[in-house]
Design a protein around this ligand. Sequence first.
Ligand code: PLP
Length: 398
Amino acid sequence: MLMDFPFFRNNKLLYFDNAATTQKPGVVIDAMSSFYARHNAPVHRGVYALAEEATILYEDARSAIAQFIGAYPDEVIFTKGTTEAINFVASSWAQVHLKAGDEIIITELEHHANIVPWIRLEKTRGIVLKYIPIKEDGTLDYAVYLEMLSEKTKLVSCTHTSNVLGSHTDLDLIIEHAHSVGAYVLVDAAQAMAHSSVSVQELNADFLAFSAHKMFGPTGIGVLYVPRHMQSQVEPYQVGGGMVYSVDFHEASWAKPPQRYEAGTPPIAEAIGFKAAVDYINTHISFDDLKAHEARLTGRLINALQHLPVRILGPLDELKHSGHMVSFASENLHSHDIAAYLDKHRIAVRAGNHCAKPLHRRLGITDSVRISFAAYNTEDEVEQIIEVLFQFCNSKYV
Ligand code: PLP
């Protein structure tokens, strides 16, 4: 599989920063450059054949991604990524419908992308922001969640998979109970899409956000899933060309979704690359096999790290069974020093707070090292990083 990715032909390194962004298979790069070389034209506007071709390619991409998550094409709104998708909901739904005193519940696990938009509403609109706490092992305290819910709860916005701990949220429980008090649910699936199958039908969430670049696709594109039952409540995020039904000097009305939600020239080549990434996943990855593979990598790494003087974060039993990343912290060494040592050995890992400062604070640390896997990582690569980490620890008192 590694050889499907030109990056690994050009770089001799072990890449373990997949939770930040994945490498791209050749088919994604080829699809994008072929679009520019052969089909480049604006979508939805031109009356010439080439523009029609570009429009078909762009809309085919939407259909493929919709099929990947079990949605209707008009429920798939292209955004710049997960961050923009969450900001979209904050601006175009929450800011429009919520009033002072209404409550939004998130969790202590969240990435800044799913914290800061809600803090802004707390400051500007008097929305009350509540956090589901984590327990000692990093799992969410669902008993506290159930106590928090009331008719004041309007939105629960939570991660599918933590980008620091790698643990999974019990979304069935979250969604069922949120709906029982009339609240809507936004799921941040940024860390899920390259590792497990996500069906919006089974999930029954009211919004779903994810990014192409974390699932072998290009940067600059992601999805906000807005189901048909929510579309009458969601205002356009931006207004301008491409999203109107009619415009006069002082009046404008909106086109139907999905165009209503995509003002301006969209990321056409990126959508085509995104489709190629989804096709690649569909043809090369079985999520059941991948889960078993990643559990082997994660289990081996955790077992080895347990012999080093570091604190491994998160619910280890769960991670050994279904994780795809491992984060750890050292009392004596900054994560940047560990990452710099690994980098000298041509091993790329993430160090710092991973855009999850509140979670690190809650865990009583400022930073951690994160080793995150994708389908192309191998057991041999894990043995290599373990060896280098042991060398490092033998040379320092970690
Ligand atoms: N949510 C989670 C859980 C993430 O891991 C990330 C990125 O690391 C984001 C949101 C933000 O994604 P993007 O930077 O692609 O918008």
